[in-house]
Each structure stands twice: as structure tokens, then as C-alpha cells.
Design a protein around this ligand. Structure first.
Ligand code: BDR
Ligand code: CA
Length: 314
């Protein structure tokens, strides 16, 4: 069994990601750690608990950072609703978050399972950075980090150059990139286009299993946002698209090794990640000889939709 810790600022697409892991028979979710991002940290923890409950998964949920490392939480448009889950009154988990704090849980679990834990980071990287700053030696024994963050090789959604998760806590993302464990980045460019849920798929989910029905409700606000801003009857699921790269390696069709530099200066580049791609020559730069991440550059949209829908319809 692969051992996952999933770090999430649980909104509707994080919920979809949790469902993929929870329904995958070869994955054990040792714990879910909540972080402030799309919503406050307590709401994120409740959203995660409720999502796991709809999947019949009793993985523990831990509360983590309530604000970024060094900055106030920024006000951003709430594309997933005030509760992050469509504002349908569907969040009433039976369980409560654990008493242990997220950072302590991450460190204890990595220490007890050296070179075995895969960290899936679906929100701002604050909890991960705090764990690294607390005990770098322990965190260097993480087996792999999978992160939904950065625009990839496309453009940003928080600003033209920054993606939401990195924009909320760029300092934390920089600390995470610097850890030196194998890291895969799934950027926002992989999550746009046909890979979301269309009208027919959303309708099918409304007749699906408990998790499917829950997700259809949880995506109501983002659906309205897409209708209003783009006239598109569709729901994007960046975190689900990202976790799928961890869970289904055959769905990733190309990657490029990069040296990734996260910009933290207090100006319009805040949260931008610059990718120096292996195989390219940059005339104005010294030779890059260290690559701190593998960036996913294409995935099979068809495979994603087929597998994801079959999990939620059975
Ligand atoms: C990321 O931002 C959040 O809105 C989503 O949950 C995802 O993690 C996409 O930029
Ligand atoms: Ca997220």
C-alpha cells in the first residue's frame, strides 16, 4: 500500500481529490491536514471530514496553519462559495478533527515511516513549510511531494503570473521547493480545458453514489462562477487533476525536469514561479545543473474523466 498524507484547504476540487485517494484500493490515507486558503482552516477541516465521510473513509483530519507564514491572508474571490463547498448546507460531519496539530502529525508520521510517505499538497504550502522549518532532517525523509501549484507553463489564475495556492503563501512554496526531495508539480495549465466536468457529467453525478451526489452539490458555486464569467457550463477540478498524477502514473503523458524559482518579492511578481527547463539553453543565465521538480506537461483527459466518473457512479 502507498502511504499518503494529503494537505488541503478543502474546497470542492480538493474534495474531488480526496475522493480519488479514498476510492483507490492501493492507497492508504494516513491523515489529512487542513490549511487556510480557499476557506479558513477550521472550515477546511470540516469540509475534509465531510468529504471523507461520504466516501466511507475514516482517515483522521488535523488542523494546521490558520494564516500564511509571514503575511495576512489575502482576500480573493471566493469561487467555491463562502464555505468552499457550494454553500448548500451540506457540511455536517459526524467526526471532529484530531487534537494533535497538523505539523506535529506530519513530522511524527514521516519519522515513523521514513522514505515511505507521499505528501500531496493541494493548498498553500504553509503546513509543509512549517514542518520543514521545525525539523528539516525528518522532512528530508519524505518519499515524494505532489503539488497542485503554479501556472505550470501557462498563465496564472490569482494574477497573470501567479496561481492561487502559491500566491497565498509564496514564501512557504519557496521553502518546500528547496527541501530537495523528489517533487512533481501539476500546474494550473493542466487543469484547464476539457478535463473538468461538463453538463452531462454533472447531471450523471447527481444520480451517482453518495460521494458523487455530494460533489455535484459542492460544485454549484464554481459552476455559477464559470457560467457568469465565461458562459461555460463546466466545473474545473485542479486538485483532482493533480492528485490523479500521483495515483494514476499512466495518465501522465509528458513531464519536464525544471529548476523552479519561486518569486517572493513584494511586487507584481509575488507568487510567480520561474521554470528553467532541462534541455533548454538560457543565454542570460549561468548553467543550471540542479533540477528541483518534475513539471507535468500533458495528461490524458479521457483517462481522467473515465476513471473519475466510474469511481463516483458505482
Ligand atoms: C487551486 O486553488 C484553489 O482554488 C483550488 O482548490 C486549487 O488548489 C487552483 O489554483
Ligand atoms: Ca485546494
Amino acid at each position: 500500500m502507498r502511504k499518503f498524507i494529503i494537505d488541503t484547504d478543502t474546497a470542492s476540487d480538493d474534495a474531488a481529490a480526496l475522493m480519488i485517494a479514498a476510492f483507490s484500493p492501493d492507497i492508504e490515507i494516513l491523515g489529512v491536514t487542513a490549511v487556510a486558503g480557499n476557506v479558513g482552516v477550521k472550515q477546511a477541516a470540516d469540509n475534509a471530514l465531510m468529504t471523507l465521510q461520504t466516501c466511507g473513509c475514516d482517515a483522521p483530519v488535523y488542523i494546521g496553519a490558520s494564516r500564511p507564514l509571514f503575511r495576512e491572508r489575502k482576500e480573493t474571490i471566493s469561487v467555491h462559495g463562502k464555505d468552499g463547498m457550494g454553500d448548500r448546507g451540506i457540511i455536517h460531519p459526524d467526526k471532529k478533527p484530531e487534537n494533535k496539530r497538523a505539523v506535529e502529525f506530519i513530522l511524527d508520521t514521516v519519522a515513523a515511516n521514513p522514505d515511505e510517505i507521499e505528501l500531496v499538497v493541494l493548498g498553500p504550502a504553509t503546513n509543509i513549510a512549517l514542518a520543514i522549518m521545525t525539523d528539516r532532517e525528518i522532512m528530508s525523509r519524505v518519499k515524494h511531494i505532489w503539488t497542485m501549484g503554479t501556472p505550470g507553463l501557462g498563465s496564472g489564475n490569482a494574477t497573470p503570473v501567479a496561481e492561487f495556492n502559491v500566491f497565498i503563501d509564496a514564501e512557504a512554496y519557496a521553502v518546500m521547493l528547496d527541501l530537495g526531495v523528489p517533487t512533481t508539480i501539476i500546474g494550473f495549465d493542466m487543469c484547464e480545458g476539457e478535463i473538468g466536468l461538463d453538463e452531462a457529467e454533472l447531471l450523471a453525478l447527481s444520480h451517482g453514489n453518495e460521494a458523487g451526489k455530494f460533489l455535484e452539490q459542492a460544485t454549484k458555486v464554481i459552476l455559477q462562477f464559470n457560467l457568469d464569467t465565461r458562459g461555460a457550463h463546466m466545473v474545473d477540478l485542479p486538485d483532482a487533476v493533480a492528485i490523479a498524477a500521483a495515483v494514476w502514473p499512466d495518465y501522465v503523458t509528458s513531464t519536464v525536469k525544471c529548476h523552479c524559482h519561486c518569486c517572493t518579492a513584494d511586487n507584481e511578481t509575488y507568487g510567480q514561479v520561474i521554470f528553467y527547463q532541462k534541455g533548454r539553453t538560457y543565454e542570460s543565465m549561468p548553467l543550471i545543473d540542479s533540477y528541483n521538480a518534475e513539471v507535468v506537461t500533458s495528461v490524458s483527459e479521457r483517462m481522467f474523466t473515465k476513471r473519475f466518473m466510474s469511481m463516483l457512479l458505482k
